[in-house]
Design a protein around this ligand. Structure first.
Ligand code: FES
Length: 190
């Protein structure tokens, strides 16, 4: 905070000097417009000076208001710059919703489309467990089907259990798991 005040000192000095310069400039301008008599009685000079001050104060007030507005705008800009940034990733950290937990019964599965466009399955093997897998066979890429409680590939007969593990070849690799979590009753991509 101290550093910020120190950094603003030149700006304040500049604005103060600018206002004083503007005041002098306005007085000179009013004097010129009025055709100010540089000579006369003391009373005449005083009357003219009062008139100049009044007109200068009027214009100066407008300029001061404008200067204040600029200062407020600059302060707002500084405040915005200091504000902590919330990235779009933070606000979307829960990922897209796949389904409501109430919509999938324990011991069943539900097909869905993964964020990358690939077909996938959401499983609920137990009331408290939700799992999701890419629905593509790891042998040669055929689409697998849920046969409860696991999966089967129609192309060459590979089978997978409800945890995505191979239970019968020729596939050797497990299904690709998609991490999910439950938030407020909604199953989302983690
Ligand atoms: S592609 Fe699935 S078993 Fe061959």
């Amino acid at each position: 905070m101290k550093m910020m005040r120190r950094a603003l000192l030149p700006l304040r000095a500049f604005l103060g000097g600018t206002v004083l310069s503007l005041t002098a400039w306005l007085q000179a301008r009013v004097r010129h417009k009025l055709g100010l008599p540089t000579r006369g009685t003391p009373d005449e000079r005083t009357a003219v000076q009062d008139d100049i001050k009044r007109r200068t104060a009027l214009r100066g007030g407008l300029i001061a208001a404008a200067t204040t507005a600029v200062g407020v705008a600059a302060g707002s800009a500084l405040a915005l710059a200091r504000r902590p940034v919330t990235s779009p990733r933070d606000s979307a950290s829960t990922g897209p919703v796949i389904a409501a937990a109430a919509d999938i019964a324990a011991g069943s599965a539900k097909p869905f489309t993964a964020p990358n466009g690939a077909p996938a399955y959401l499983l609920r093997p137990t009331p408290d467990t939700f799992l999701a897998f890419n629905a593509t066979c790891t042998h040669q890429g055929c689409p697998i089907s849920y046969v409860g409680p696991g999966f089967r590939c129609p192309c060459h007969g590979s089978t997978f259990d409800e945890n995505g593990q191979v239970t019968g070849g020729p596939a050797r690799a497990s299904l690709i798991e998609i991490p999910v979590k439950v938030i407020d009753g909604q199953i989302t991509i983690a």
